[in-house]
Design a protein. Structure first.
Lengths: 292, 235, 387
C-alpha cells in the first residue's frame, strides 16, 4: 500500500512536469505546425544559466526569473533565425533543424559547463511531508511543481481565451492567411508563440533539474515523455497536454516502481504505441486529423 | 479612390495578369467580370498583397499598395473577402468579428462597430457565441462581409460572394452592398462569375480575359452589346 | 525497356566494385578497415535516405536499429554455428520485424509521430540491454571472432570486401525499388498524402514499407560493423549516433543513393578529425567526445537553411546550370525542395526562388522527370484556375 501511494504520487509530480513540456510542444505545434525537438535542450540551457547565477550567489528567485526570461528570448530568437526562413518549405525541414539544434545546444552546454552530472538546488524542501506518523513521497517542492505548472496553464488559458492578443494568436494559428488579411502581424505572433512556449519549457526544465542528475542531457528523457504526453492528449490541445502528462507520469512511475527504472522509457514507448494504435488523434484533439 | 496601373503577375511561367489598369471610385461598386481562369482572383490577391506583382502599381487615394505585406495593406483600409470566404471556423461569430476590429479601430469603437454589423445582419446576432462552423453558407458569407466591414475599410474586395448561395440570398446581399457603398462612401470591387447579378448593381464594369482588361465601361452599355456579353460573359 | 534501369544499376555497381577492389589492394589494413566501415554506414544511410528523402518520414532511432542488427548478429554468431549469410539475413529479418512493429502505429496519422517514437526507441533500447545484462553482456557487451579470410588474404581486406559487396547489393536493390511502383508510391505519399490516398495508394502500408526497408538496412549495417570490429556494446549506439546518421544522410542529400557515400565518409572521419582538432586546441577530453556530434548538428541546421538537397544536390545544381546553357535539363524535386501544394498562398518571389532551386535527384531518369513535369503542369493548371 505504501509503495502504491508513493509510486502514484511520484507519477503525479513527474507527470506535471511532463505536462509542462507537452504544453510547450503543443503551443508551438498549434501555432506553427512544427514539433520542436529542441524544446528540452532549450530549457536545459536556460536552467544552466540559472545554475551559473546560483553559483555566483544570486538568490533562487532571481535566477528563476532570469531563466524564464532567457527562455522567452531564446524562443523568439530560434523562431526568427532558424524557423522563419523555412516558411514555405516542406514541413520536414524545420523539424530537422530543431533536431540539429538539440545536439548543438547540448554541445554548447557541455563545453561551457562540462558533461559531468551534478546536483541542482530546489526552491523548497524535497523531503517527504509528514502526515502524523507517516511520511509521504510528496514534498513541499512537489507542491510547488503542481502549483507553478497549474498557475502557468491557467494563465495561458486566460490569455488565449480572453485577450485580444490571444485572439490574434489563435487566428494566426488556425488561418494565417485570413489573419493577415485582417491586419494581424502573423510573423510576430509566431515569434511570440515560440517565446511563450520556450518560457513554459524553461519552467519545466527548472522544475525537473532538482529531480534528476543535472547534466546537459537531462532533458532528453523529459522531451520524450513530454512528446508521449502531447500525443496522448492530442498534439493541438493544451488541456490534453495536462491530462496526457498525468497519465504518462503515473504509468511510467508504475513501470519504474514495479518493473525497474531502466524500463521506464520503454514503458512510455509502449504507452505511445498503444495510443497511436487505438486513438491516434489523442484524447482531446480539436482539429480533425486524417486517419490513414 | 483606387487606381490600378499596369499590374502584372506571373506564376512561374504563366502570365496571370498582364498590364491591368482601371479605376474604382469611392461610393460605388466596380464589377470585375470574366471567365474562369481569367485572372480576377489574382487581381484581388495582388491588391490585398497576398501575391506580389512583378510590375505595375495600385494606389489607394495616392498611397501605394504594391510591395507592402498583406497585414499592412489591411491596416490601410483594404478589406479582402477571399473566395471561400475565409471564415475562421474554430472561432465563434463574435470572435471573428472582434478579430476584424483589432487592426484599425481604437478600443472604444470596437464594440459599437460590432453591434452595427449585428444590426446589418440579424441572423448573426442570434448566433454570437456559436462557433462559425455551425453557420450555413449564406450566414458565413454574411459573417465574412461583416468582418470586413467592421474595420470601417475604405476599399472592399469581394471575390465571388454569390458562390454557393441561393438566388434570393444573393439578391439580398447585393442590395445590402449597394446600400453600404453609398452610405459609407465605400469603394467596392466585386469579382463575380455571375455577371448578370453583378452588372445589376455595379456603377462600373471591368472585363478581364486571359489576364488583360478587354473592356471597361458602364454596365448598361455592356449589357446592351449582345456580342460582347455573349463572348466574354456567357449570356 | 523495364530491364534497362536494372542493367544500368548493375553496370554501375560492377564498376564501383572494380574501383573498390583496386582501392583495397593498395590501402593499408587499417584503411581497409575504415573503407569497410564506410560501406557499412552507407548501407544504413541508403535506407534512411529512402525513408526521409523519398517517403518524407524522419527517424531518430536508426542508431538503435543498427544496435538491434548488431546484437542479433552478435548473439547468433556467439550461440549458433550457422552460415554467415544466414546469420546476416536473420539479423536483418529481426530488425525488420521491429521496424514493422514500430512503424505500424506511427503510420496512422500524418505528422512527426515516427520521429518521436524512434527517439524513444533510441533512448529506451540501450536501457533494455542494461536491464538484461546477462544476455547482452552488460557494459562489456559481446565479443565475436570475425570469420577467417580464405588463404593468405588480409583479414581486413576480406571483411571490407564483404561489407562493400553488401553495400553495393543493397544500393542496387534500393535503386530498383525506387524505380518500381513502390518507389512511386513512396514519393506520392511524401508529396501529398491526401492525393495519394485518392489515387488509390494505401498510405499507411506505404509508410510502413518504407520504414521497414530502412530498418532492414540499419540492421544490416549494424551487423556488418560487428563483422569488422568484433564487438557489440550499447556504448557504440548512443542517441547521438541516430542524429549523426540523420546528418550524414542530409549532408549527402536526402533521397540520393549516390549521396550516401559523402555521409558515410563524414560518419567515419568526422569523429577522428574532431578529436584531433580538440587535441590541437587543447579543449580537453570531454569536448572531443561530443564535438563531432555538435558538428553534425550544425550540418543539419546549415544544410537545411542553405542547401536542403545536400552535397549531391549542389553538384547536380552546378552541373545542371552548366548543362542548361547547352540543352534542356529535366528538373525534378527532392523531398526537401518540394513545392507546397497550390492551395497555399505564396508570394511570387518565393515561387520563383523555388523554381530556381529545384534540383535533379540521383535515381532520376526521363521517366521520373516526366512524372514530375506532369505534376508541375498539374500545379500550374491549378494555380491558373485560381486566377
Amino acid at each position: 500500500m505504501g509503495l502504491f501511494v508513493n509510486v502514484l504520487l511520484n507519477g503525479v509530480t513527474d507527470g506535471t512536469i511532463f505536462a509542462a513540456v507537452a504544453l510547450a510542444l503543443v503551443l508551438i505545434h498549434r501555432a506553427t505546425g512544427v514539433v520542436n525537438f529542441a524544446q528540452g535542450a532549450m530549457g536545459m540551457l536556460t536552467t544552466f544559466v540559472a545554475f551559473s547565477l546560483l553559483t555566483a550567489g544570486v538568490g533562487y528567485w532571481g535566477a528563476f526569473v532570469v531563466a524564464l526570461a532567457a527562455g522567452f528570448v531564446l524562443g523568439a530568437l530560434v523562431e526568427r533565425v532558424l524557423i522563419r526562413p523555412l516558411e514555405g518549405k516542406p514541413p520536414l525541414n524545420p523539424v530537422i533543424v530543431t533536431i540539429g539544434l538539440l545536439v548543438v545546444l547540448e554541445g554548447v552546454a557541455g563545453s561551457i559547463w562540462g558533461n559531468t552530472s551534478r546536483g541542482f538546488p530546489a526552491a523548497f524542501s524535497q523531503s517527504g511531508i509528514r502526515f502524523g506518523h507517516d511520511t509521504v513521497a510528496f514534498s513541499h517542492f512537489d507542491v510547488f511543481i503542481l502549483v507553478a505548472v497549474l498557475a502557468l496553464m491557467v494563465g495561458l488559458l486566460g490569455l488565449f481565451r480572453w485577450t485580444d492578443l490571444g485572439l490574434r494568436m489563435r487566428a494566426a494559428a488556425f488561418a494565417p492567411v485570413v489573419a493577415r488579411l485582417l491586419g494581424v502581424r502573423v510573423g510576430r505572433t509566431f515569434s511570440l508563440g515560440w517565446a511563450m512556449a520556450a518560457t513554459v519549457g524553461a519552467l519545466a526544465a527548472l522544475l525537473a533539474a532538482p529531480l534528476s542528475s543535472f547534466s546537459p542531457y537531462y532533458m532528453d528523457l523529459y522531451l520524450v515523455y513530454g512528446f508521449t504526453a502531447a500525443v496522448l492528449g492530442g498534439l493541438d490541445s493544451p488541456v490534453g497536454a495536462l491530462v496526457g502528462g498525468l497519465v504518462t507520469g503515473v504509468s511510467t512511475s508504475f513501470v519504474g516502481g514495479y518493473l525497474g527504472s531502466s524500463l521506464e522509457p520503454l514503458g512510455s514507448l509502449a504507452l505511445l504505441l498503444v495510443v497511436l494504435m487505438i486513438r491516434p488523434q489523442g484524447l482531446f484533439a480539436t482539429t480533425a486529423a486524417r486517419r490513414v | 479612390m483606387l487606381s490600378v496601373e499596369g499590374l502584372s503577375v506571373r506564376y512561374g511561367a504563366v502570365e496571370a495578369l498582364d498590364g491591368v489598369s482601371f479605376e474604382a471610385a469611392g461610393g460605388a461598386i466596380t464589377a470585375v467580370l470574366g471567365a474562369n481562369g481569367a485572372g480576377k482572383t489574382t487581381l484581388l490577391r495582388a491588391l490585398s498583397g497576398l501575391v506580389r506583382p512583378r510590375a505595375g502599381t495600385a494606389d489607394l487615394d495616392g498611397t501605394p499598395l504594391v510591395g507592402r505585406p498583406p497585414e499592412a495593406i489591411a491596416r490601410l483600409g483594404v478589406a479582402h473577402v477571399p473566395e471561400g470566404r475565409g471564415v475562421i471556423v474554430e472561432l465563434t461569430v463574435d470572435e471573428n468579428l472582434r478579430l476584424g476590429t483589432l487592426a484599425r479601430l481604437p478600443r472604444g469603437d470596437r464594440r459599437p462597430a460590432i453591434e452595427e454589423v449585428y444590426r446589418l445582419f440579424p441572423p448573426l446576432d442570434g448566433r454570437r457565441h456559436r462557433h462559425a462552423s455551425t453557420l450555413s453558407g449564406g450566414e458565413r458569407q454574411m459573417l465574412a462581409i461583416g468582418r470586413a466591414l467592421v474595420s470601417k475599410p475604405k476599399v472592399l474586395l469581394l471575390d465571388e460572394p454569390s458562390l454557393g448561395l441561393a438566388p434570393a440570398v444573393t439578391a439580398q446581399l447585393m442590395a445590402t452592398l449597394v446600400d453600404l457603398s453609398r452610405r459609407r462612401d465605400l469603394c467596392v470591387v466585386l469579382v463575380e462569375q455571375n455577371a448578370r447579378s453583378a452588372l445589376s448593381v455595379a456603377q462600373w464594369a471591368v472585363v478581364i480575359n486571359l489576364g488583360r482588361v478587354v473592356l471597361a465601361d458602364q454596365p448598361e452599355r455592356l449589357a446592351s452589346d449582345d456580342q460582347l456579353r455573349h463572348h466574354y460573359l456567357g449570356f | 525497356m523495364a530491364g534497362q534501369p536494372l542493367v544500368r544499376h548493375l553496370v554501375l555497381a560492377l564498376a564501383a566494385a572494380a574501383g573498390f577492389y583496386l582501392l583495397t589492394s593498395v590501402l593499408s589494413p587499417y584503411d581497409n578497415f575504415q573503407v569497410g566501415e564506410i560501406a557499412a554506414y552507407a548501407v544504413a544511410l541508403a535506407g534512411l535516405s529512402v525513408l526521409t528523402g523519398v517517403n518524407g518520414q524522419i527517424s531518430l532511432g536508426h542508431g538503435a536499429l543498427m544496435a538491434v542488427g548488431a546484437y542479433s548478429f552478435g548473439l547468433l554468431m556467439t550461440h549458433t554455428q550457422l552460415n554467415l549469410m544466414v546469420e546476416l539475413l536473420a539479423a536483418v529479418g529481426l530488425t525488420t520485424v521491429l521496424g514493422i512493429a514500430v512503424g505500424i502505429p506511427s503510420a496512422r496519422l500524418a505528422g512527426p509521430y515516427l520521429a518521436g517514437v524512434t527517439l524513444m526507441l533510441a533512448l529506451g533500447l540501450p536501457l533494455l540491454a542494461d536491464q538484461y545484462s546477462s544476455t547482452f553482456g552488460g557494459d562489456q557487451g559481446l565479443t565475436i571472432t570475425p570469420p577467417a579470410a580464405p588463404g593468405s588474404l588480409d583479414p581486413e581486406r576480406w571483411l571490407a570486401w564483404i561489407q562493400i559487396a553488401a553495400a553495393l547489393v543493397t544500393i542496387v536493390l534500393l535503386a530498383n525499388l525506387l524505380r518500381s511502383r513502390f518507389g512511386r508510391a513512396f514519393r506520392a505519399v511524401r508529396d501529398d498524402e491526401v492525393a495519394a490516398e485518392l489515387a488509390g495508394i494505401h498510405v499507411g502500408r506505404t509508410k510502413v514499407l518504407a520504414f521497414a526497408v530502412s530498418a532492414a538496412c540499419a540492421g544490416l549495417a549494424g551487423a556488418l560493423l560487428v563483422l569488422s570490429t568484433g564487438i557489440v556494446n550499447t556504448g557504440e549506439f548512443p542517441l547521438s549516433l541516430s542524429i549523426d546518421l540523420l546528418a550524414g544522410m542530409v549532408l549527402g542529400g536526402a533521397g540520393s543513393l549516390m549521396g550516401v557515400w559523402w555521409g558515410a565518409v563524414a560518419l567515419v572521419y568526422l569523429p577522428q578529425w574532431s578529436t584531433s582538432v580538440a587535441g590541437s586546441l587543447s579543449l580537453g577530453n570531454g569536448v572531443s567526445a561530443y564535438l563531432a556530434t555538435v558538428v553534425f548538428g550544425l550540418i543539419l541546421i546549415v544544410v537545411m537553411l542553405v542547401a536542403p538537397s545536400g552535397l549531391q544536390g549542389l553538384l547536380r545544381w552546378t552541373g545542371g546550370r552548366l548543362l542548361s546553357t547547352l540543352r534542356w535539363v529535366p528538373a525534378s524535386v527532392t523531398a526537401l525542395e518540394v513545392r507546397q501544394p497550390a492551395n497555399q498562398e505564396k508570394d511570387q518571389e518565393s515561387q520563383e526562388k523555388d523554381q530556381e532551386s529545384q534540383e535533379s535527384q540521383e535515381s532520376q531518369e526521363s521517366q521520373e522527370s516526366q512524372e514530375s513535369q506532369e505534376s508541375q503542369d498539374k500545379q500550374d493548371r491549378t494555380e491558373r484556375s485560381e486566377a
